[in-house]
Design a protein around this ligand. Structure first.
Ligand code: PCA
Length: 170
């Protein structure tokens, strides 16, 4: 069983590639203990997929990633139900991650801690993942793939965030 589930999203809007999936694929290729899942950009479908993956794989860690036009990656600390509020549960859930350990680890890479995951599918998918029993769950928003952010650098951000949680688990 993989200990770690990494998720990225399909392309959407004006983007022909989604940086999150490119980074997740690269990182998963380097690890034996991780499984990658590609999520659809649809509130209900992505939430359903992430719940089903958590149930089927029972990972100890879920790190979700998505694309944002921001120039700097963001570590999201809150997930909101938004249009999925009718599914029940609290409207806002807190991410479960050793936040301070992340700061120590990514010192050489730009990363902002954020309390607003944007209100779109990333936000609701994070909220759904936080409704599962998985002990460690966080979300990283990555900039579009381009000159300052080739896929390898985006993957390095994800890896540093992931390593902070792994160090915690020992
Ligand atoms: N970004 C969108 C949805 C999928 C993705 O990669 C978001 O920020 O909600």
């Amino acid at each position: 069983m993989p200990r770690i589930l990494l998720t990225g999203f399909e392309p959407f809007g004006p983007w022909e590639v989604n940086a999150s999936w490119e980074a997740v694929r690269l990182l998963t290729g380097r690890r034996r203990d991780a499984e990658a899942a590609l999520l659809p950009v649809d509130h209900a479908a992505a939430a359903g997929a992430v719940r089903e993956l958590a149930r089927a794989l029972c990972p100890g860690i879920v790190l979700l990633a998505g694309l944002t036009p921001d120039p700097v990656p963001r570590l999201e600390r809150l997930g909101r139900a938004g249009p999925l509020a009718a599914q029940g549960g609290p409207p806002v859930r807190r991410g479960r991650w050793p936040w301070a350990a992340v700061r120590a680890r990514v010192r050489r890479l730009p990363l902002r801690h954020s309390a607003d995951a944007g209100g779109y599918v990333c936000d609701t998918t994070y909220w759904a993942a936080l409704g599962t029993a998985v002990p460690l769950v966080a979300f990283v928003h990555l900039p579009p793939i381009g000159a300052p952010w080739p896929a390898a650098r985006a993957a390095a951000v994800l890896e540093a965030v992931l390593e902070a949680a792994e160090a915690r688990r020992g």
